[in-house]
Design a protein around this ligand. Structure first.
Ligand code: ACO
Ligand code: LMR
Length: 264
C-alpha cells in the first residue's frame, strides 16, 4: 500500500494549491462572484463554515463599531507616539495592538467565559458578582473609564438592538444586562461595556444559529476566538492613526513634565 510521508504542518482552513485559493473549501471566485462579505470570510477562516447572513452581519457590525474610539484610548495613544517617533506602519500598528488585553478591548473572551459559566450554572447576578468579588476578580465586560449609567455606550445599544431584532434568542445578553443592573446599583461606572456586549451576544449567536454543536461552542469559548474581533477591528483604526500622524508630519512626542508627579 501507499506510505504517506509524515508532514510537519497540518492545516485545515485554506488551500492555495489549485487554480485559485479556497477558504474552507469555497473557491475565491465563488466568494467574489456571490458577493460574500468580510463577515463571511471571517466565518470561513475562523469557524470553517458558512453561517447565516444575520450572523455575518453581526460580525461586520462588531468590526465596524470597534474599528476606532478616538486618539485618547490606550491602543491609539501607543500607535500615535510610535508613528511620531518615525517608526514604520507595522511597528506603529503592533505597538497599539499590544495594549489590547484584560483591561482594554481584550476582555471579550473572559466575558463570554464568565457569563456563560454563571448563566449555565443558574447563578443570580448577585451570586455571580459577589462571588467574583470574593475571588478578587473584576467582572470582565463590566466597567468603563468614561461611560456611565447616565451616559451609556451607544455601541452597546446598537449591538443589543440588532440582536433583539435578528437573533432567535438573546438569553446570554439578557443575563449580562441583569448583571449590569446589579453592578450599576453598586457604582455608576459599572456599565456593560462593548467587550461584555460582544462576549455575551456571541454566546447567543453560537447557541442560537444552529450551526455549532455544544462541544464546538465550548471549544470556541475555551480557546478564546472572540478577542480576535477587537484585534481585527481596531487594526483598522490604528492604521488610520498611523497615516494621520504621518500626513500631519507630527514631531517626536515628548510627554510634558507638568503632567508627571515626580516624587520619591
Ligand atoms: N467588576 C467589578 N468591580 C469593578 C469593575 C469590574 N469589572 N471595574 C471596576 N470595578 C470597581 C472596583 O471596585 C474598582 O476598585 P479596585 O481597583 O479596587 O478593583 C473600582 O470599581 C474602581 O474602578 P475604576 O478605577 O473607576 O475603574 P477604571 O476606570 O480604572 O477601570 C476598566 C475601567 C479597566 C474597564 C475596569 O472597569 C475593568 O477592569 N473592567 C473589566 C475589564 C473590561 O471589561 N475591560 C474592557 C473595557 S471596554 C474596552 O476596552 C473596549
Ligand atoms: C475603546 O473602544 O477603545 C474604549 O471603549 C476604551 C476607552 O477607553 O474608551
Amino acid at each position: 500500500g501507499k506510505v504517506r510521508a509524515p508532514t510537519h504542518i497540518i492545516s485545515t482552513i485554506s488551500d492555495d494549491r489549485g487554480e485559485e485559493p479556497c477558504y474552507a473549501g469555497i473557491p475565491m471566485s465563488t466568494i467574489v462572484e456571490q458577493g460574500y462579505g468580510v463577515g463571511d470570510v471571517i466565518s470561513l477562516l475562523w469557524f470553517k463554515r458558512s453561517i447565516p447572513r444575520y450572523c455575518t452581519q453581526f460580525i461586520e457590525i462588531c468590526i465596524m463599531l470597534c474599528a476606532d474610539h478616538g486618539p485618547c484610548v490606550s491602543g491609539a495613544h501607543n500607535t500615535i507616539v510610535t508613528a511620531r517617533a518615525g517608526k514604520d506602519l507595522v511597528s506603529s500598528l503592533v505597538t497599539g495592538l499590544l495594549t489590547i488585553g484584560p483591561r482594554f478591548g481584550g476582555a471579550i473572551d473572559d466575558a463570554a467565559r464568565y457569563f456563560k459559566d454563571a448563566y449555565d450554572r443558574g447563578l443570580t447576578p448577585y451570586e455571580f458578582v459577589e462571588g467574583m468579588k470574593k475571588k478578587g476578580i473584576r467582572v470582565p465586560g463590566i466597567g468603563h473609564r468614561i461611560k456611565r449609567g447616565d451616559n451609556r455606550d451607544k455601541r452597546v445599544e446598537l449591538l443589543q438592538r440588532f440582536a433583539r431584532t435578528h437573533f432567535p434568542s438573546v438569553k446570554y445578553m439578557e443575563y449580562a444586562v441583569q448583571v449590569e443592573n446589579y453592578t450599576l446599583s453598586k457604582a455608576n461606572n459599572l456599565v456593560l461595556n462593548v467587550d461584555g456586549a460582544i462576549g455575551s451576544l456571541f454566546l447567543d449567536l453560537l447557541a442560537g444559529s444552529g450551526m455549532f454543536s455544544k462541544p464546538e461552542i465550548d471549544e470556541i469559548v475555551e480557546i478564546g476566538y472572540l478577542n480576535g474581533l477587537f484585534v481585527l477591528a481596531r487594526s483598522i483604526g490604528l492604521i488610520g492613526h498611523t497615516f494621520d500622524q504621518k500626513r500631519l508630519k507630527q514631531p517626536l512626542y515628548r510627554h510634558p513634565w507638568e503632567d508627571v508627579l515626580y516624587t520619591k
